[in-house]
Design a protein around this ligand. Sequence first.
Ligand code: GLN
Length: 483
Amino acid sequence: MSIQYKSIAELKKMLNNNEISNAELIKETFSLVKSNAEINAFITLNDEESINKANKLDDCPSSGSLAGIPIAQKDLFCTKDLKTTCGSNMLSNFIPPYSATVVKNLENAGCISIGKTNMDEFAMGSSNETSFYGKVQNPWGKNLVPGGSSGGAAAAVAAGIVPAASGTDTGGSIRQPASLCGVTGIKPTYGRISRWGMIAFASSLDQAGPIARTAEDCATLLNEMCSHDEKDTTSLNEDIPDFTENLNSPINGLKIGIVKEFDLSKLDNEVVKVFEESKKHYESLGAEFIEISLPNISLSVPTYYVVAPAECSSNLSRFDGVKFGKRCESPKNLEELYIKTRSEGFGDEVKRRILIGSYVLSAGFYDAYYKKAQQVRRLIKNDFDSAFKSVDIIMSPTTRGPAFEVGSKGDDPIQMYLEDLFTIPANLAGLPAMSIPNGIIDNKPIGLQLIGNFLDESRLLQAAHNFQISTDWHLKTPRGIKS
Ligand code: GLN
């Protein structure tokens, strides 16, 4: 029986019923990676170690909740003794001496990290076109972008190569590619998952999370990924519930907020139609819709594009040719070492962000840009706090439309930045948010975004699971993928 497109829950059953051995599962996974190499979802494969681990599991079964399950790790998580590039030339030779906490958590639960997925350079992008290791193909169409920055992760799941992948979401990088590739992804509350060993982009926004086929699998993964970690000072020390516990509880009476300020009339009719149909479906499940106002929400994208570049310019100053990764050839002096290494090591989008960040943090402009952005960020958070007094979750489309063509937004960074119009607010407010497939337009999938209150991932997952057990959008698969 093929393992392609199987969920974690299904693979666990196959393993438990001895329909497949651990070694067979991993070998088949690598054969899917190879037959679909043109998708370019992976930067580095971890084949030898994965097969050894699977053989060991066959000899000596483990009781870990995810024992033997193949997982692809975004190439932004440090993996001990396995190259970690963050999609950049700068780290093309970087082999970390330790693994990120979240990688360790997953591996302790028995997951096998089969390789590192392609991504936008340093997680900056919405189309996976900025990777030093080449573009990723959306499995739904050769000329379509998979979204970004976790494009390789979403594509690997959408092509049915792996049941799940780790991703990170600073402004939408789990939800936007999940939407464009027709898979499910969740960014939990900021601080739920340790950032230790995650290569930093914008530390006050970065949050890891899973991309999988179903909300149920996302819940299973979150159970293992979340932990309090003393090595990350922003890690939350809060109870971690069993995220699978309430999945099947009905959602009648659930109050869903619709944001007045998200002007859907500017979107294509088809996109609006898909959204309205999902609303009707939720109504049939007993949910109730309430219009809410987030008065400062239109300032989210400009606020993000001050805060994120500011933090990135500071975080990326460590890549100087001395401490990590690449070093230029024969510099004349220390200054030239810095300049040449950084000029050669970073791509255009990363340089653009560093320049913007340095500018908004500079003494003359700090108050006008950075400080102002932080103040607006607080107003946006306050807007959400008042909205959640009257609703349980908030719903919107995840993206403005389905996947766009490769190269179609390349010349205009602003158009690319607007891709994250609906996803950025949850990062600014630190709230959990997810995307689930809810329609297909011209043979391209699209997603529905659910935003939850602080620490309320369980309710999001419950709402998503209720949708998925009564619809089949998450079960649709792209045509033409090799088996
Ligand atoms: N697309 C956004 C950006 O380029 C968000 C990226 C992310 O979430 N990592 O900044």
